[in-house]
Design a protein around this ligand. Structure first.
Ligand code: FES
Ligand code: FES
Length: 184
């Protein structure tokens, strides 16, 4: 064994609509690169072996456990992470409904649940409870139990079904509120 570090590979991918070019070793996981190289720390490391879903991101629209995807595999593909779910300072309805439904405690599992729920609602805007539970079966939560999470996803589906597309959180951000007050 020479003890030399393995050669790094040049990877180009789109994350949350933005192009990212980075170097990584062939052995590095996508989660490691997202968190340590690209500073996208929203995806969490729970088990680091594909069991808990805390690290879920969307790869070409499909939920994957980023701890068991190699970073080199995403070359030329499209990723969505939890950082890309909110829209210009407005929480996504799933995020808003998790807050309103008290569907989190420590929050470690929450990014993974929200990303997995988005993948479901993108494909199936009005899922039944069983479909929601099935879609979230790969995401584990040690704190809340699952009922509040499932209810929150259902509430988000109902909130979004008004126009069949992603509807922005109707509550303005604090900055918008301040602007409105200044204009009065
Ligand atoms: S950290 Fe990836 S599945 Fe648990
Ligand atoms: S809120 Fe703590 S693990 Fe789910």
């Amino acid at each position: 064994m020479s003890g030399k570090a393995p050669a790094k590979m040049a990877i180009s991918t789109t994350i949350n609509g933005q192009t990212y070019d980075f170097l990584c070793e062939p052995r590095q996981s996508l989660l490691e690169v997202l968190r340590d190289t690209l500073q996208l720390t929203g995806a969490k490391e729970g088990c680091n072996n594909g069991n808990c879903g805390a690290c879920t991101v969307l790869l070409d629209g499909e939920p994957v456990n980023s701890c068991i995807v190699l970073a080199v595999e995403v070359h030329g593909h499209e990723l969505t992470t939890i950082e890309g779910i909110a829209d210009k300072g407005h929480l996504h309805p799933i995020q808003q409904c998790f807050l309103e439904g008290a569907a989190l405690q420590c929050g470690i599992c929450t990014p993974g649940f929200i990303v997995a729920a988005k993948a479901l609602l993108d494909k199936k805007p009005n899922p039944g409870e069983e479909e929601i539970r099935f879609a979230l079966a790969g995401n584990l939560c040690r704190c809340t139990g699952y009922d509040k999470i499932v209810r929150s996803v259902k509430a988000a589906a109902e909130r979004m079904s008004g126009n069949g597309s992603l509807k922005q959180n109707p509550q303005p951000t604090q900055t918008s509120q301040q602007q409105a007050q200044q204009q009065q």
